[in-house]
Design a binder for this molecule. Structure first.
Ligand code: G3P
Length: 220
């Protein structure tokens, strides 16, 4: 049985950068739950967040398939790992890359480093699942940052992705995201066949992020 997963993407929200990222990570670390909670943080904040919340699982929001050398401005996987990242998002709707980029990254990272490849629809989810990342997360771009959870607005894309990804590669975990705000949304995501959710504004724009997180994991 896989632990239910709640990944909070800090994006570049003002409430989740710099010192606020450290505070939010500490709040996440303090939550008593059987669920697996992950912070996906800015590359700039990675080291500080890992130091501030050493018990929290911390991922990058993006990585590039480059090695040591002449790669100005790219996000180098080995440095991320050295700084404490244990996984990454890739191909987020707000940072799209080619399938080849994802494939090259998958070849480069070691076993045990978690990759969550984001997809806009079932078709893209299947293509990404064939590369066998740890997770595929389906997020309809038009629902991202909105008030209605994908689990209510388009439950079919969630259950359809879950089924399609399982047919391609049963080892790949399935997440969904966009508009996820409550424990009820997370429970519905699990009912629809996922292992959990990828979310941002439900926590980063909350007046009380810790309470929002407690609610998000309350039915798991
Ligand atoms: O990466 C999570 C994200 O794209 C969903 O954002 O604000 O709709 O939870 P949000």
């Amino acid at each position: 049985m896989v632990d239910s997963l709640v990944v909070v993407n800090f994006k570049t929200y003002e409430t989740a950068h710099g010192a606020c990222a450290e505070d939010l990570a500490r709040a996440m670390e303090s939550i008593d739950t059987g669920a697996r909670i992950v912070a996906a943080v800015s590359a700039f904040d990675l080291s500080a967040v890992v130091a501030a919340a050493p018990g929290l699982e911390v991922w990058c929001q993006h990585l590039d398939p480059v090695g040591f050398g002449s790669n100005t401005g790219w996000l180098h996987p080995e440095t991320a790992m050295e700084r404490g990242a244990s996984g990454t998002l890739i191909n987020h709707a707000e940072h799209k890359v080619s399938l080849e980029h994802v494939a090259m990254l998958m070849e480069q990272i070691p076993d045990g480093f978690h990759v969550c490849a984001c997809a806009a629809d079932i078709h893209e989810a299947k293509a990404l699942a064939a590369l066998e990342p740890g997770f595929v997360a389906v997020e309809p771009p038009e629902l991202i940052g909105g008030e209605t959870s994908v689990t209510s607005a388009d439950p079919g894309i969630v259950s359809g992705t879950a089924q399609a990804v399982r047919e391609v590669a049963s080892s790949v975990g399935i997440l969904c995201g966009a508009g996820v705000k409550t424990g009820g949304d997370v429970a519905k995501a699990i009912q629809l066949g996922t292992s959990g959710v990828l979310l941002a504004s439900g926590v980063t724009k909350s007046e009380d992020p810790r309470s929002s997180l407690i609610d998000l994991v309350s039915l798991l």
